[in-house]
Design a protein around this ligand. Structure first.
Ligand SMILES: Nc1nc2c(ncn2[C@@H]2O[C@H](COP(=O)(O)OP(=O)(O)OP(=O)(O)O)[C@@H](O)[C@H]2O)c(=O)[nH]1
Ligand SMILES: [Mg+2]
Length: 501
């Protein structure tokens, strides 16, 4: 579910991010695209219009946080508004007291998932220590009552005994009596599926409602339903009055429009999500989780702010300039390592980046080893300032001393020095090329990387990790196994997503 909508929105934000500076036209165009995406996802038109208006208003009025790109800001606003649109979940309003026999009335269209959801709710409430009685009022569909009885048997739930020939109103009264007598905390009434055009059936639900005086009237809506769901929701809201929505078949590949429209149309919270056919496949509704699912992202603004705090711009710039001049000693390597270390859990940060969530597994598998980075830092710190500037003097005795100081093996010291050698060689090549040669090479690399290589001026703005890494696009990864492979498609993708700072 939400797959198509999610892909569309991430695509729109990607485009926005690539633009760099945002003009008003760009924002307008983005809003138009979001509007179309929502409509294609079957979100109701009035809901879409309202949504776009709210996002626009916020986007215009919002102070752009300095450390965040305008594109990121728009993404954040859309995410916030999605969460607002979906609304708070809200819990069941039950339990005046133990044994109160609070009634939950399940209503909805034929086949929406009322009976299944009634069973799921009973299982859930039972787990929470409630005594629950289920009763089917569906005398119309053959075997409907047996379906509930079976469900009860399978899951150890109490179901009101079937008496053939009884009509829904009589059954309701009997269920209420039985629930009171048995000191049940909750009575769940499962009604017959209704077509909203059927006035008689609607009248019957009203009668049942008046007799049972339910604490909760839950409208069960099939998320696969699309635009029709809106009419159904309106009808039930007006004629019966509901206190919440259960959205079923969230596990299917629906376009998700019903989910996004429901709160706005009914004015009542979505309380539960049906995520499968089994009795435990019921989730408490959480707007943020759904919005994240749609946008495939975490807290974008949080991410950008973290990155800004953790990366010392100035230091990165200085070390990049030294690199370009072919001056590169172990102090520079130390600065690089620290930048990476400062980013904290690199994998965690990667996962927060919008659109990257689809690479989650690959990111997990990526070779980012924070312990290794710590070791490398310790090794360099165990060297004297002279040694850091003149690594050539590092022979066996000194290496042993350094290894002891850092609490690592000589082998690890050697590995770090080898990495340093490789990097220094690359630096020397940079210097040989001269500024023009380097500029040409950057341009070539830019071509290779699909235009994601930053200009020379912004070199170093991301320390050792970001799009300005001068090693990106080179054949070999000079950081060895302690750094993610800069040429891997995941990292290339990451660089595209990472806002230019
Ligand atoms: N995949 C999936 N299937 C569901 C979900 N909820 C219900 N179903 C299936 O949908 C079908 C209809 O569900 P019911 O609970 O019988 O629907 P109903 O609203 O009681 O139907 P009527 O009583 O005929 O009006 C069944 O096959 C359920 O297993 C869900 O969340 N996910
Ligand atoms: Mg049913």
């Amino acid at each position: 579910m939400f797959q198509a909508l999610g892909d569309r929105l991430t695509g729109i934000f990607d485009k926005l991010t690539r633009r760099g500076i945002l003009t008003e036209t760009a924002v307008d165009e983005t809003m138009r695209e979001i509007k179309i995406a929502l409509l294609e996802a079957d979100v109701a038109l009035p809901v879409v219009k309202d949504f776009i208006a709210k996002v626009k208003e916020k986007a215009v009025g919002e102070q752009i946080v300095k450390s965040v790109s305008p594109a990121q800001m728009v993404t954040k606003i859309v995410s916030d508004e999605l969460i607002a649109l979906l609304g708070d979940g809200g819990t069941l309003n039950l339990a005046s007291h133990a044994g109160a026999s609070d009634v939950i009335l399940m209503v909805g269209l034929q086949g929406a998932g009322k009976t299944t959801s009634a069973g799921k709710l009973a299982v859930r409430l039972t787990k929470n220590g409630k005594k629950v009685l289920l009763a089917s009022l569906d005398v119309y569909r053959p075997a409907a009552m047996e379906q509930l009885a079976e469900l009860g048997q399978k899951n150890n739930l109490d179901v009101l005994e079937i008496i053939k020939g009884q009509q829904p109103i009589e059954i309701t009264k009997r269920a209420l009596k039985e629930a009171k007598a048995g000191l049940y905390d909750v009575l769940i009434l499962d009604t017959a599926g209704r077509l909203h055009i059927d006035a008689d059936m609607m009248r019957e639900v009203q009668q049942i409602r008046d007799i049972a005086n339910p604490k909760e009237t839950l409208l069960t809506v099939d998320a696969m339903m699309g635009q029709d769901a809106v009419h159904v929701a309106k009808e039930f809201t007006e004629k019966v009055g509901i206190t919440g929505v259960v959205l079923t078949r969230i596990d299917g590949d629906s376009r998700g429009g019903a989910a996004l429209s429901m709160r706005e149309i009914t004015g009542q919270p979505i309380k539960f999500l049906g995520v499968g056919e089994k009795a435990d496949a019921l989730e408490v509704f959480d707007a943020k989780r759904i919005a994240d699912r749609i946008l495939g992202m975490g807290d974008v603004v949080g991410l950008v702010e973290t990155a800004m705090e953790k990366i010392n711009q100035e230091e990165a710039q200085k070390s990049a300039m030294r690199m370009m001049e072919g001056k590169f000693d172990l102090n520079d390597l130390l600065s690089q390592i620290r930048q990476i270390n400062n980013m904290g859990d690199v994998k965690g940060i990667m996962k927060m980046i919008p659109g990257l969530s689809k690479f989650r597994d690959k990111i997990d598998a990526a070779n980012v080893d924070n312990k290794m980075i710590k070791h490398q830092e310790a090794i360099i710190l165990s060297m004297t300032p002279y040694e850091r500037k003149h690594p050539d003097v590092l022979k066996a005795a000194r290496k042993q001393r350094i290894a002891n100081g850092a609490g690592v093996s000589v082998m690890e010291v050697n590995r770090l020095l080898k990495q340093y050698d490789q990097m220094a060689t690359v630096m020397k090549q940079f210097k040989k090329m001269g500024p023009m040669g380097m500029f040409k090479m950057m341009k070539q690399m830019k071509g290779m990387m699909g235009g994601n290589m930053p200009d020379l001026g912004s070199l170093g703005s991301m320390g050792g990790l970001g799009g300005s890494n001068p090693f990106a696009g080179m054949g070999k990864n000079p950081f060895g196994s302690s750094m993610p492979d800069m040429n891997s498609p995941e990292i290339q993708e990451l660089m595209k997503k990472f806002p230019k700072m």
